[in-house]
Ligand binder design. Structure first.
Ligand code: SF4
Length: 255
């Protein structure tokens, strides 16, 4: 189904998207004071994107199964370079075998590697999980801290993992998790021209309302999985195609 805007001819749409991209890039490059208006316009466009995505994906949340902040932390580490589905197959048995933070802290490296082998990069992941479990036991009373500052001190935990844990386990918005889907969609939608996750996150934090930080990652992930796929974005069916500066590029000769 093509849900492109009604009442606008192709010329108008092209003009609108071109100016949208320019505005968003101005916003992401650290706009000087006189560009305030452009920044405001970029914020308005993001608001509209979020409104549409919330309607499309009202249940957007992490696809990882977890019962406690620690389980989410472990699952998020396992999900690096792996699908959430695969992680969800591994974690029930894993959390049964190691039911507490202390149990992970006592785990033998080789044994844990075997337990998580199917998630890939299992040596590094096992090393990080054991090291972070030990640090949690020794310095945090076995509890996962609920601040970005403390979370990123843990082995194997960078801002992306910390943001997922903060938003989904603690409902705290301290940033926006930038994973492969957010990175791809932020670029295609003209929300950031950077490629480094930290810089993309900074751009997004400037234009996404703070009240939407909690869900923004999950909305883009759902849309990235369903429509704006890495190899073949389904632009003609996309509910954001009137707002997307990449629409023309991907549909050239296909309309
Ligand atoms: S129009 Fe195409 S490139 Fe833009 S968000 Fe939709 S699917 Fe992605």
């Amino acid at each position: 189904m093509n849900l492109r805007g009604k009442g606008m001819d192709d010329k108008e749409k092209k003009k609108k998207k071109g100016s949208q991209k320019n505005r968003s890039l101005a916003a992401s490059s650290g706009a000087p004071p006189e560009k305030k208006k452009e920044l405001e316009e970029a914020r308005e466009r993001v608001k509209e994107i979020i409104r549409i995505l919330r309607r499309e994906y009202p249940q957007a949340k992490t696809a990882l199964n977890f019962r406690t902040p620690f389980e989410l932390l472990v699952a998020t580490i396992l999900a690096a370079q792996c699908t959430d589905e695969r992680v969800n197959k591994v974690t029930p048995g894993l959390f049964q075998k190691y039911p507490t933070v202390e149990a992970f802290a006592r785990a033998r490296q080789e044994e844990l590697e075997n337990d998580i082998r199917s998630t890939g990069f299992f040596r590094n992941k096992a090393r990080n999980i054991i090291a972070l479990a030990r640090k949690l036991v020794e310095e945090y009373g076995g509890k996962v801290p609920d601040s970005m500052e403390e979370l990123i001190k843990l082995p194997g935990v960078a801002r992306k993992t910390a943001n997922i844990v903060l938003s989904s386990a603690f409902r705290k918005a301290e940033g926006i998790a930038v994973d492969t889907h957010v990175r791809r969609l932020a670029e295609r939608l003209g929300l950031s021209r950077h490629t480094q996750p930290e810089k993309i996150e900074k751009d997004l934090m400037e234009i996404v309302p703070r009240s939407d930080w909690l869900d923004f990652n999950y909305l883009l992930v759902d849309h990235g999985r369903k429509i704006c796929q890495a190899r073949k974005p389904r632009c003609l069916e996309c509910v954001l195609n009137d707002l997307c500066p990449s629409f023309e590029k991907f549909t050239k000769g296909k309309k």
